[in-house]
Design a protein around this ligand. Structure first.
Ligand SMILES: NC(=O)c1ccc[n+]([C@@H]2O[C@H](COP(=O)([O-])OP(=O)(O)OC[C@H]3O[C@@H](n4cnc5c(N)ncnc54)[C@H](OP(=O)(O)O)[C@@H]3O)[C@@H](O)[C@H]2O)c1
Length: 351
């Protein structure tokens, strides 16, 4: 049978140009399944900024990897799932695929990664308030990144100040709302007045528009006003000048979570001040976030139970920016970089 794929056509550093980077190909898929293999149909694909790094590490001509929801169309007699099951895993930008669903080591690039075994989605875990597509969003990887950081590292206490860069993104919004529920003062960054208003409507106390407040002194002043008692927890997806400013205002025993560094990875900014003196005096802790380490059955159950209950009670909200059709995947991905002012949450593609 035929499968459509978006393959990597060119490696381009910096802000991606999806039209040049990706090429659509139609390939013949060998559907003579081995006993442990399954034929899978992709239903939804997630596009995420971290695919920037994955793409640069993907050999030219190979299909683009990505998180997806897939349906088992056929299964070999020893396959781990059966026909009709819905799975979530790193299926990629392809309409059909053959896989055994096992954990895969990804070692083509800078850092060895292990893509977890495909997991079966239990439709009864999802409701009208949080449908199965949330398994790619608030109850999926982005949710686990936020909830894992909150529960296994931050442990935000009543009255603390939490600052979040990239707060209007899928993960930042969840960190902000969970912090608010923990009784914190929450400050975020966003790139437009509309997005700042949106974040305030979901509970953020202050939002700094990083496109208007961009000089180091101005960022320092805006942070001082927004977080007058210092910053107890900093969730960082962006890096750059904003992060440099945060380090100078860390409170005693503060914690910093490094989730991503947009400024370095995409904008290729490698300079910056020396931050270590700012760590010593407040006795701050900095930790890299690697959400895959929290992808366990127990954590998925806890995430669905805890965050699902918050959604049910109207305490946490989420949004999907849904694109339609296989051909729209690169456009949806590009929107993360050039059109993010239109996005309000998790960007997904329905095939
Ligand atoms: N460490 C891990 O385990 C892990 C796991 C998953 C994801 N991540 C990373 O976590 C980050 C957040 O993920 P996400 O799913 O929330 O992404 P997202 O939904 O695309 O949100 C990213 C946000 O960053 C803001 N942004 C874009 N360009 C910016 C720039 N030049 N300067 C400042 N802000 C900018 C955008 O907000 P505005 O429109 O307001 O500018 C956007 O809402 C991503 O970078 C992703 O790669 C890390």
């Amino acid at each position: 049978m035929k499968t459509e794929q978006w393959v990597v056509n060119e490696h381009i550093e910096g802000v991606p140009n999806a039209d040049k980077i990706y090429k659509k190909v139609i390939k013949t898929l060998d559907t003579n399944l081995r006993p442990s293999e399954m034929l899978l149909k992709t239903l939804y694909v997630s596009v995420d900024p971290y695919l920037h790094g994955i793409c640069l590490d993907t050999p030219i001509g190979q299909h683009m990897g990505a998180d997806s929801i897939m349906e088992v169309v056929e299964a070999g007699p020893k396959a781990m799932y059966k026909k009709g099951d819905l799975l979530q895993g790193f299926g990629g930008w392809q309409s059909y695929l053959v896989s055994d669903g096992e954990e895969k080591l990804w070692q083509t690039g800078t850092f060895p990664m292990v893509f977890p075994k495909y997991r079966k989605l239990n439709p009864s875990d999802y409701t009208d308030e949080y449908p199965i597509t949330t398994s790619l969003g608030i109850l999926g990887g982005p949710g686990m990144t936020a909830w894992g950081t909150m529960t296994k590292y931050f442990n935000v206490a009543l009255g603390e100040t939490v600052v979040i860069s990239g707060a209007s993104g899928a993960i930042g919004q969840i960190v902000g709302q969970l912090s608010k529920l923990a009784g914190a003062r929450v400050v975020g960054t966003a790139g437009s007045a509309e997005k700042a208003e949106y974040l305030k409507s979901i509970g953020f106390d202050e939002v700094i528009n990083y496109k208007e407040v961009c000089e180091p002194e101005a960022i320092q002043a805006a942070l001082k006003a927004a977080a007058p008692d210092g910053i107890d927890k900093y969730f960082d997806s962006i890096g750059g000048d904003f992060t440099d400013a945060v380090f100078a205002q860390l409170a005693l025993h503060s914690k910093v979570a490094i989730c991503w560094q947009w400024a370095t990875q995409v904008n290729q900014e490698y300079g910056g001040p020396r931050i270590l003196p700012y760590i010593m005096f407040p006795r701050a802790t900095i930790r890299g976030i690697y959400a895959l380490e929290w992808f366990t059955e127990d954590n998925w159950s806890a995430l669905i139970k805890e965050v699902g209950s918050h959604i049910k009670r109207g305490e946490i909200t989420y949004h999907h920016d849904m694109h339609e059709g296989f051909d729209s995947i690169p456009t949806a991905y590009q929107s993360l970089f050039n059109n993010s002012d239109k996005n309000r949450g998790k960007v997904l593609v329905k095939l």
